[in-house]
Write a protein that binds this ligand. Sequence first.
Ligand code: ZN
Ligand code: MN
Length: 259
Amino acid sequence: MPSSVYMEELDAFTYRAAIAEGAPIIIPVGSIEQHGPHLPLNTDVVLSKAMGARLAGAIGGLVAAPIVYGYKSQQRSGGGNHLGGTTSLDAATLISIARTLTLEFARHGAHRLVFLNGHFENYQFLYEGAEQATAELSLHGQDVSAILLSYWDFVDEDTIEEIYCGSFPGWDVEHGGVLETSLMLHLYPELVRPDRVMDLPAAQLPRYDVLPVRAELTPESGCLSSAKAASEAAGRLLLERTSKALAEAVSTELALWLP
Ligand code: ZN
Ligand code: MN
């Protein structure tokens, strides 16, 4: 049993032994993105990493060093890439990172990868990179499969109702809002400044994008919905239920792939 679930904390021999035993590799993917005045820029990184550690514990996997930067923040899901602090990759770069890492872990002998996404805008580019790499590996007869997911898709309806009491704004505008702030209050309270939460109405955004962005469409908080109702207890509940649902789904999928 490795001494840590975090790959980068292991020595190479222990890491290789875990891979040889079939440990799946979980790759957390985040962003460096403004999350209002109350949350740190690396919110998406630390949350996907924490979800990854729990998943690793449940499936006997390892958590790879995270992809720290993400694809450009979009106004309708992350406030927009014009905001200071937000530091993003272009699409080609993120595709290349996902593709390269898939090939690297395959070279180490890993067969099962999980991209655990924590930043809304990343998804399609991770998909493209993983698709290119797995297709290429399969042409060479290598059995490598990847699961891609965003963790909030594992929050069930009952939990949404319990936490939002009928006022769920939608995952796209859950940026710096109740979900992320509650999870951060539970996991990393020292990184949260609840006294700085700006309690503004949820963003009213058009059903289309405008480029260059019209900055005034983003609320001055940089958040797309208010974090006022966030709490440590909600964070604990969200983490417990989400990790459980995630572990169930991933183990079921992995079991289908057993030789
Ligand atoms: Zn976020
Ligand atoms: Mn984000």
